[in-house]
Design a protein around this ligand. Structure first.
Ligand SMILES: Cc1ncc(COP(=O)(O)O)c(C=O)c1O
Ligand SMILES: N[C@@H](Cc1ccc(O)cc1)C(=O)O
Length: 471
């Protein structure tokens, strides 16, 4: 497979190159710190980038979640907030927007993605049931486990190989899924938990052919499919670019078709939907909706705000409309790829092909001398911060947590450090600076030592764990 470059992407769309379909109206100054300041800040943070203060960060690539820049239209929408406790006008607009673009019948707002994950897991999993999915996501799997479910990874093997150039590394392995259904019986499968794109695999997409095949397999056994639609717009872009028959279909059309093969979806709107907070859950089944609408008032807020202010729902509705614009998504992915190409040109090991929301550095190949139990990806995130004040995130053994049955660490094949690109926030020059910093850390790799975990919280340990440097 040849990797599309920003230039070939431009040509594909009949232009010389891509550029952001917006200009900058307001800026937020950045602070550059000294190496001594960063040494102090990182030690105080227990070598965990989640524990750094944002003031001590120069370029913040921790996450693309809630870190998006809103448009002037979204800021204007904020002023239209109807802050009624019940029946806010903004809810009805959001509901109609989700129905229009994602195509589901019934909508429940939530404060963010994990609020929705909590509700769907409680409503749709009976203790002891299996939940097959295309790779785990931390919060998703935890809510499934807390509801008594047993997560089973049914993604294709290529997804676990950072060097595989499979164009749809997010695909479900139909044989693995069918074998599980046959072994355990369809009544013991809660639902298929399908994510587009797959965050932990490197932002890798699922093809339309695959979701269609999963649908027909599930229909044969009477199993439901729920979609984590958090980054489905980015997934739609890859379908448009790579899948036969979709080059001339709009992102909005592709999105709707994809969702039509599933029974419902949840979303952390803090990503694709270009807002700083928000989420939702939507299903087609009236009975399930009834249950979810009842649960939301227990855990999130009334069913017409779900933990959100009216203004947040309005900004989200506008964000959804902006997110399905073909020009926008082309520039969004173009920027991620730009960084990926710089690093690839310098032979720095990253997950290929470059996915939708981030560049994932392959810490195993970066630090072959650091064993996985000494947290190579966490080490790399720490070193990158020390070098330049750039904040990234560990996505390896610390993130994977422990097997609830054995208590041992999960040892994921992927040991990655994620450089996550917020939407509409940084420029190409920032990407150049990031690439140069990664190169400097790479050049100094032989002297780098690993870490030891000295504090480990019970749930989602990577957020608050503390580490020390090994001598
Ligand atoms: C794929 C995916 N699903 C679900 C979530 C949970 O969303 P939130 O952070 O809004 O709770 C996230 C991010 O956390 C995510 O990346
Ligand atoms: N979903 C967000 C925030 C987050 C980060 C790490 C997690 O494991 C969970 C949530 C992200 O992927 O960046």
């Amino acid at each position: 497979m040849t990797h599309p470059t920003p230039q070939t992407m431009g040509q594909q769309f009949g232009r010389r190159s891509w550029a952001e379909p917006w200009k900058i109206k307001m800026v937020e100054p950045l602070r550059v710190t000294t190496r001594e300041e960063r040494e102090r800040a990182l030690a105080e943070a227990g070598y965990n980038t989640f524990l750094l203060r944002s003031e001590d960060v120069y370029i913040d690539l921790l996450t693309d979640s809630g870190t998006n820049a809103m448009s002037d239209r979204q800021w204007a929408a904020i002023m239209l907030g109807d802050e009624a406790y019940a029946g806010s006008r903004n809810f009805y607009r959001l509901e109609a927007t989700i129905q229009q673009y994602y195509g589901y019948r019934y909508v429940v707002p939530t404060h963010q993605g994990r609020g929705a994950e909590h509700l769907i897991s409680r409503a749709a999993i009976r203790p002891g049931q299996y939940v097959p999915g295309n790779m785990y996501f931390t919060t998703t799997r935890l809510h499934q486990e807390l509801a008594g479910g047993i997560f089973v990874d049914v993604i294709i093997d290529e997804a676990h190989d950072p060097q595989s150039l499979h164009p749809f590394k997010g695909n479900v392995d139909l044989d693995k899924l069918e074998a599980l259904i046959r072994r355990e019986g369809a009544q013991n499968i809660a639902y298929v938990s399908l994510a587009g794109t797959v965050n932990m695999a490197g932002g890798q997409p699922v093809s339309m052919a695959n979701v269609r095949a999963v649908r027909s397999l599930c229909d044969r056994y009477g199993v439901r499919i729920f979609l984590d639609a958090t980054r489905m717009i980015e997934n739609a872009f890859f379908i448009q670019e790579r899948e036969e028959g979709y080059a001339n279909r709009s992102i909005a059309e592709i999105l709707k078709e994809f969702c039509s093969y599933t029974d419902g979806a949840w979303m952390s709107a803090k990503k694709d939907a270009l807002v700083n907070i928000g989420g939702w859950l939507a299903v087609n089944d009236a009975e399930l909706f009834d249950e979810l609408r009842n649960l939301v008032v227990v855990y999130e807020g009334l069913h017409t705000y779900g933990g959100l202010a009216g203004r947040d729902m309005e900004a989200m509705a506008v964000g959804i409309e902006e997110s399905v614009q073909d020009d926008y998504i082309r520039a969004r992915i173009g920027q991620v790829r730009y960084l990926g190409e710089l690093l690839t040109d310098w032979d720095i090991p990253i997950v290929q092909p470059v996915g939708g929301h981030a560049i994932f550095l392959d810490a195993r190949r970066f630090y072959p001398h650091i064993p996985q139990r000494e947290f190579p990806a966490q080490t790399l995130a720490a070193e990158l911060y020390l070098d330049s004040g750039i904040r990234s995130m560990e996505r390896g053994i610390a993130s994977a947590g422990r097997d609830p049955k054995t208590g041992d660490h999960y040892y994921p094949k992927l040991e990655l450090t994620r450089l996550t690109i917020p939407r509409r926030v940084y420029t190409q020059a920032h990407m150049d600076v990031v690439a140069e910093a990664v190169k400097a850390v790479y050049d100094a790799r032989a002297q780098t030592r690993g870490l030891r975990m000295v504090y480990e919280p019970k749930y989602l340990r990577f957020f608050q764990a503390r580490f020390e440097r090994l001598a």
